[in-house]
Design a protein around this ligand. Structure first.
Ligand code: ZN
Ligand code: ZN
Length: 140
């Protein structure tokens, strides 16, 4: 199954295929600062399952740390995805691919939250152990 997503102005379109590797919310300060929102709703994909369909020449990238290559449309400034090269995963923001059913399974970096979300899902202090974090849970 494939789903098409677009940037804010539509100049860049992308396709994701298959199943996401994971979905959830990131509460870290970096996601807040870059997204302009209180949390980032993420969907993680293997890089080979994400493809730019049109407007590749308008895809800009900003990299502050080795962990995250943040990609956006240079025409409208709309955010597309963050490539995590060291994790071998791409976070296509849930808002970029509205046709994909968003089924969050976890909250990460919850120790930095400014918007507590009492939804019964696991709340991790930082990242899951398999992604190099402590895997430690914190209370809602
Ligand atoms: Zn755009
Ligand atoms: Zn984050």
């Amino acid at each position: 199954m494939t789903h098409i997503g677009k940037c804010f102005c539509g100049a860049v379109s992308l396709e994701v295929k298959g199943e996401a590797e994971g979905m959830g919310y990131c509460h870290c300060r970096s996601c807040r600062s870059w997204s302009g929102g209180p949390v980032n709703a993420f969907t993680l994909w293997k890089p080979e399952n994400v493809r730019i369909m049109a407007g590749a020449e308008h895809v800009g990238m900003f990299q502050k740390t080795p962990l995250s290559q943040r990609q956006y449309c240079t025409k409208c400034g709309g955010h597309l995805m963050t490539v995590h090269p060291t994790l071998g995963l791409v976070d296509v923001f849930a808002a970029t691919i509205p046709d994909v059913a968003f089924k969050p399974g976890v909250h990460v970096n919850y120790s930095e939250t400014v918007l507590p979300m009492r939804d019964g899902l696991p709340k991790l202090k930082d990242f899951p152990a398999e992604l190099g974090g402590s895997g430690e849970a914190v209370p809602e």
